[in-house]
Design a protein around this ligand. Structure first.
Ligand code: AP5
Length: 216
């Protein structure tokens, strides 16, 4: 099954797609995590992406699309994948359509697009308290989803850190970018008959149940 999770920053795309990946046994592909890894490894892509990410702007379409094209060629995507954070612009969505058309058989068509809806104030609260695992990228929240031991990942024992784009001024910038550049994708996928809307507030488990229902 090939899925896309849409939603504003902090909607819970990473949290839910990791659970979906465990449940459906297909990889979660997060462009944010891939770009952060590239930054950490000081690759050419990571160095180019850095200033955009720190400022809360989108990394240029051609860089992200090329990164996804390479990732989708990997063997673990043969039985499906969950795209988390891609596409994020109409140009990326169209590039994905072309990629799928060109490589049909390997990367079959998108089956469902789940849009997780959460309002601005909730996003700001969630992101300003988020902590992420350096090793496995699992997300926690100081209040809403704390780890069992402060600063340590429950899943893998890795160290938790605060992302440099989770500062309130950058969060507001990311929300503006989302509204201008990513929100139009809701209508794009609705027109294609692929969209399912899920309310993104409530417990992580309740939302996960609603997403499973939406994709089944
Ligand atoms: P990316 O890493 O994709 O960031 P984002 O889309 O802004 O999404 P987030 O990771 O902030 O939020 P999320 O929806 O995954 O929420 P999460 O599950 O963590 O992108 C970062 C940057 O990379 C971009 O700004 C851009 O520069 C670049 N980039 C990435 N993709 C790109 C692309 N395609 N094109 C161009 N540039 C790109 O949850 C958030 C918090 O809430 C956590 O603390 C979590 O524990 C908590 N939480 C989750 N669910 C609940 C709940 N139900 N109740 C309470 N708290 C909850």
């Amino acid at each position: 099954m090939n899925l896309i999770l849409l939603g504003p920053p902090g909607a819970g795309k990473g949290t839910q797609s990791r659970r979906l990946s465990d449940n459906l046994k297909v990889p979660q592909i997060s462009t944010g995590d891939l770009l952060r890894a590239a930054r950490g490894n000081r690759t050419t892509l990571g160095i180019k992406a850095e200033s955009y990410m720190t400022a809360g702007q989108l990394v240029p379409d051609n860089l992200v699309t090329e990164m996804i094209r390479e990732r989708l060629k990997q063997a673990d995507c043969g039985h499906g994948y969950i795209l988390d954070g891609f596409p994020r612009t109409l140009a990326q969505a169209e590039a994905l359509d072309r990629m799928i058309a060109a490589e049909s058989g390997k990367a079959a068509q998108i089956d469902r697009v789940v849009n997780i809806a959460v309002d601005r104030e909730e996003v700001i609260q969630r992101l300003s308290g988020r902590r992420q695992c350096r090793k496995c990228t699992e997300n926690y929240h100081a209040r809403f989803h704390p780890p069992k031991t402060v600063g340590v990942c429950d899943r893998c024992g890795g160290e938790l850190f605060q992302r440099d784009d989770d500062r309130e001024d950058v969060i507001r910038q990311r929300l503006e970018v989302y509204e201008k550049q990513t929100q139009p994708l809701i209508a794009y996928y609705e027109k294609m008959g692929l969209l399912r809307n899920v309310r993104g507030t409530g417990s992580i488990e309740e939302i996960f149940g609603a997403i499973l229902k939406a994709v089944s």
